[in-house]
Design a protein around this ligand. Structure first.
Ligand SMILES: Nc1ncnc2c1ncn2[C@@H]1O[C@H](COP(=O)(O)OP(=O)(O)O)[C@@H](O)[C@H]1O
Ligand SMILES: [Mg+2]
Length: 282
């Protein structure tokens, strides 16, 4: 296990070096910015705010989101658990200098996408945070439908290096951007293991300097997509659904995550019985 951890550390260090030295895989130039910014220029001039300001702005339908259990604005007891989770996650991530967080679960329908979006809007409520949200559940993309983003969004083409991120990101309040897909991507496991996807994510990080990149991923035990991508991720939240997910499934996922990334914690979702004190905002 130690050997695997040390190999992962080495791979991360190599990734960090690639970002500064490999200009051969630079993101396609943006169509919105007058002077195409190479990665090196972005590093020298940390004017990432200008990249954020150039992104197309998304108008979200608050009522439709609410129907899908997603809350943009603070809403008392409904959003307190997400704010509490956000604060704990940020504390751990800052302490460890981590930026990439994946949300996964053993099986489907545990609430990954719902949690990912609520966490994203909770992060946006703290105005100093810049957050990128990427939908990597490319076999069954659902985030685009929930957010009702423009139909042409296909962030998978950015991961393939065939489009620029600015063509497929939409921004909310200058500091939160979403990269989603309206259509399924047939070769998602291969794409997630590709050099291209790894470089694109490295370079997104350099260009936008997000405090957090949130990845909504497919179920860990249902396909190989998430496992293939785990060593690109700093830390993981494992979501379990009450009355559905089994202890064995959680243990299996914990082992897989521990072998390739860092498990931040397990969140139990869809609990019908909550202690009053747990559900209130103290
Ligand atoms: N805490 C919750 N309580 C009740 N229903 C939930 C909760 N979280 C999510 N859901 C619902 O469960 C369904 C699946 O959620 P979703 O986020 O799409 O799961 P996943 O991304 O894991 O497949 C959706 O209908 C969603 O509204
Ligand atoms: Mg989902």
């Amino acid at each position: 296990m130690e050997r695997i951890q040390s190999a992962i550390q080495k791979a991360r260090a190599a990734r960090a070096q690639d970002v500064t030295h490999d200009e051969g895989h630079a993101l396609p130039p943006t169509g919105h910015i007058a002077k195409p910014a190479s990665l090196v220029e972005a590093v020298e001039a940390p004017a990432s705010d200008s990249f954020w300001a150039e992104l197309p702005v998304a108008e979200f339908n608050v009522a439709a989101l609410k129907k899908g259990r997603v809350f943009l604005d603070r809403a008392g007891e409904l959003t307190t658990p997400f704010d509490v989770l956000r604060t704990r996650i940020l504390y751990e991530m800052r302490k460890n200098n981590w930026r990439r967080l994946a949300i996964t679960s053993p099986g489907s329908a545990c609430g990954k996408t719902t949690l990912c979006l609520n966490l994203a809007f909770s992060l946006a409520r703290q105005r100093e945070n810049h957050t990128l949200v990427i939908d990597l559940d490319m076999r069954r993309p659902s985030m685009a439908k929930l957010l009702q983003t423009p139909q042409e969004q296909a962030f998978s083409s950015v991961l393939e290096s065939s489009s620029s991120p600015e063509e497929h990101l939409v921004c909310y309040q200058d500091k939160l951007a979403f990269g989603v897909n309206h259509k399924p991507t047939p070769n998602s496991a291969e794409l997630l293991q590709s050099q291209s996807a790894a470089h694109v994510i490295d370079q997104l990080e350099e260009r936008y300097h997000p405090d957090v990149i949130l990845f909504d991923t497919p179920p860990l035990l249902a396909c190989d997509d998430t496992f293939a991508f785990l060593d690109q991720i700093d830390c993981v939240i494992l979501l379990a659904a009450a009355e559905t997910t089994t202890a064995e499934e959680i243990e299996k996922c914990e082992r897989e995550i521990d072998s390739r990334s860092n498990l931040l914690g397990v969140v139990l979702n869809k609990c019908r019985l909550l202690d009053k004190a747990d559900s209130y905002g103290y």
